[in-house]
Design a protein around this ligand. Structure first.
Ligand SMILES: [Zn+2]
Length: 106
């Protein structure tokens, strides 16, 4: 978070920084703990827009293909806008017995 600034809700309570489900995914927002009013700061709105764009690019069913003697899958070209490129280091980590995440490193 950039700067700590309290935003007061119309109901009198202060909004708190929270992860909320917004559409199909979670994003950071300012939420009123009393009346559940939700708003986004400029930074949060920018983050949300970027995150939404990333979801549109990456969320899909893909097929495992053979690359030499290994397995691989194709990443969409537009992922380059998010820092993915040939030679880039990634970190893979199991999330459950059927899922794992791919994280761009550095
Ligand atoms: Zn409120």
């Amino acid at each position: 978070m950039a700067k700590e600034r309290k935003i007061k809700c119309d109901c009198g309570e202060f909004l708190i920084d929270k992860l909320i489900k917004f559409g199909d995914f979670e994003t950071e927002a300012m939420v009123c703990p009393k009346c559940n009013f939700i708003t986004l700061t400029k930074e949060q709105a920018e983050k949300y827009a970027k995150l939404k764009q990333l979801h549109q690019i990456i969320d899909a069913e893909r097929r495992i293909i053979r690359i030499g003697n290994s397995m691989g899958f194709i990443l969409p070209d537009r992922l380059q806008d998010f820092g993915a490129k040939i030679g880039k280091k990634i970190k893979t980590e199991a999330l459950s017995e059927k899922s794992f995440k791919v994280e761009l490193v550095g």
